[in-house]
Write a protein of this length. Structure first.
Length: 549
């Protein structure tokens, strides 16, 4: 019988024939928020059944026979049964919405990625139960309470109503916290006897040399000074360059904060100054206008040719560069603008909410305990790397054979050897592709490696850049998260979307010269007409709540 068929049988009541009365008392409706008092169904082996809705995943061969599933069932003495929702997020959310609106009996747990407004809606309707009492109980949640920064994680998971309805997947990865970085062709610098640029003026001179002095040596004037893409990870050229003039974080809608006061970066004189600088680069052929139309695939095809075609490329990862540019591109530290300012948008490692316990859960406390077990340090490694001692190892005699990503530059040795890196993002039956609660610390991530010390491949190119003094330029004050209430979302939904689109479209138009800078005042007037004041009022209220938590 398939997983889905078994679930449907359970949902229609067939499994109730197997139900037994479990020993122990369930949490009261007050404690759990669910009002459920019936004992959970049990499987043929007598173990209580926990039903879990998940998204179908081409990289997960079979949830039921999965190694990760079996470890959970053995440790927690439960029988996990799965309801697979469509793999496409929009379809999965639609199906879940239909189940809720039709009054269908829900699985015990919804373990699906949901946006905050959807979570809030289901929480307000009583579909999801509050987990605060569980999370704050060290006996019920030993793994959550063992997280060093659990207070940060707990507050970050709170909705606008001040409660938490999920368990976290919290993966602390410093590299991702400042992903809006840029890379420069070090070979071109050496060939043209140029110093690494540290200011916008120096960057202009370097880009000009790149475009005019044939650094790729093919005898053609075909080099591009700087280029990005519209959709690649942190490949937006505007972000890296604008942060030389003022703090500009696209993840926060280019909203900024100073002394607790929210304001838009995109209305400031420095924003205009940054647009004028980029317009000059485009006009002089130093910044490719393709940056504003091409996707990541097109950008990679453009730059990854023998000798290289671009001198500076913004990208969150070195994976933007193929073998043709291997060991040629190195990190470019944030450049300073005319006022001596430089910044890197700061995106702190935020928890992803998962494992929502529903109002129909027969034993909410047991469902929660299973979710907390997934935060166990070893289970969190299984969640990412697969089966211990098969796909990964923490045996010192094995980890000593691997070169850690920060071993040479910061003296952090390998403590986790990734023996089978191919398990990630490929079909396998070892885990749920990390789509579940988990916690991996910064130490764990910085000390994991899949590269043997005797391997022919060189260490990642960004290592020497770190050793050479590369640093991010995070601001002292920034916005981590804005949680809007449903009323606030209704109030600002249309204006926020319109403003975001208008700001981005106008920025590109100003930079490429399709809109003259003489229309700056008209741009500002249009923003005010679009309800900018109402949007900022709601953003300020959301920010104030986040500070009060």
């Amino acid at each position: 019988m398939s997983i889905r068929t078994r679930y449907e049988a359970w949902r229609k009541g067939t499994a109730s024939a197997l139900a037994l009365i479990l020993a122990g008392t369930l949490l009261s409706a007050c404690a759990s928020g669910s009002g459920q008092e019936a004992a959970p169904a049990v499987g043929e082996d007598g173990r209580p059944i926990i039903t879990v809705a998940v998204q179908a995943n081409p990289n997960v061969e079979d949830y039921e026979t999965n190694h990760y599933t079996k470890r959970i069932e053995e440790a927690m003495n439960v029988d996990l049964q799965f309801m697979e929702l469509p793999s496409q997020a929009e379809e999965a959310i639609t199906k879940l919405s239909l189940m809720v609106s039709s009054g269908s009996k829900l699985p015990d747990v919804i373990n699906v990625y949901l946006n905050e407004s959807t979570i809030y809606d289901y929480a307000a309707k009583g579909v999801f139960i509050k987990q605060d009492d569980y999370l704050n109980n060290a006996e019920l949640a030993p793994n959550f309470n063992a997280i060093p920064d659990k207070d940060f994680v707990y507050n970050a998971m709170k909705l606008a109503d001040g409660s938490v309805y999920s368990l976290p997947r919290h993966n602390v990865y410093e590299w991702n916290e400042g992903s809006n970085r840029a890379w420069i062709n070090a070979d071109w610098l050496d060939k043209l006897n140029l110093e690494t640029p540290r200011t916008t003026d120096e960057l202009h001179r370097v880009l000009k040399a790149f475009a005019e002095q044939d650094p790729n040596g093919n005898g053609k004037k075909d080099e591009i000074g700087m280029v990005g893409s519209t959709n690649g990870w942190s490949q937006n050229v505007r972000v890296f360059l604008m942060n030389a003039f003022l703090y500009a974080d696209p993840a926060k809608g280019y909203l900024n904060v100073e002394d607790g006061k929210i304001f838009p970066s995109f209305t400031q004189p420095e924003w205009k100054e940054g647009l004028e600088y980029m317009n000059r680069l485009v006009a002089e052929g130093l910044l490719s206008p393709l940056s504003f139309t091409q996707d990541e695939t097109q950008m990679k095809a453009l730059i990854n040719v023998q000798g290289g075609m671009a001198g500076v490329v913004p990208a969150g990862s070195y994976s933007a560069f193929g073998a043709e540019l291997e060991n040629h591109m190195t990190l470019l530290a944030p450049v300073k603008g005319p006022a001596g300012f430089s910044a890197t948008p700061y995106s702190p490692s935020m928890p992803t909410p998962l494992w929502f316990i529903t109002k129909d859960a027969a034993d909410p406390e047991l469902a929660f305990k299973v979710g907390d077990y997934l935060l166990d340090p070893e289970m969190s490694k299984v969640s990412r790397y697969g089966e211990k001692d098969v796909d990964w190892s923490d045996d010192p005699s094995i980890t000593a054979q691997y070169l850690g990503p920060f071993e040479e530059t910061e003296g952090i040795p390998t403590r986790l050897a990734d023996l089978n890196p191919g398990i990630w993002n490929n079909p396998q039956n070892k885990n749920w592709n990390d789509a579940n609660p988990a916690y991996r610390s910064l130490e764990t991530n910085n000390s994991a490696s899949n590269m043997k010390k005797d391997a022919a491949a060189a260490a990642p190119n960004w290592q020497p850049a770190y050793a050479d003094g590369y640093v991010t330029a995070f601001p002292e004050e920034s916005i981590s998260k804005l949680s809007y209430t449903p009323d606030e979302l209704k109030q600002v939904a249309d204006s926020k979307t319109a403003i975001d689109n208008y700001v981005n479209e106008s920025a590109v138009a100003f930079i490429t010269g399709n809109r003259p800078m003489s229309q700056w005042d008209a741009y500002m007037e249009e923003l005010n007409k679009m309800g900018l004041d109402v949007y900022l009022e709601a953003a300020q209220a959301a920010y104030d709540r986040s500070q009060a938590q």
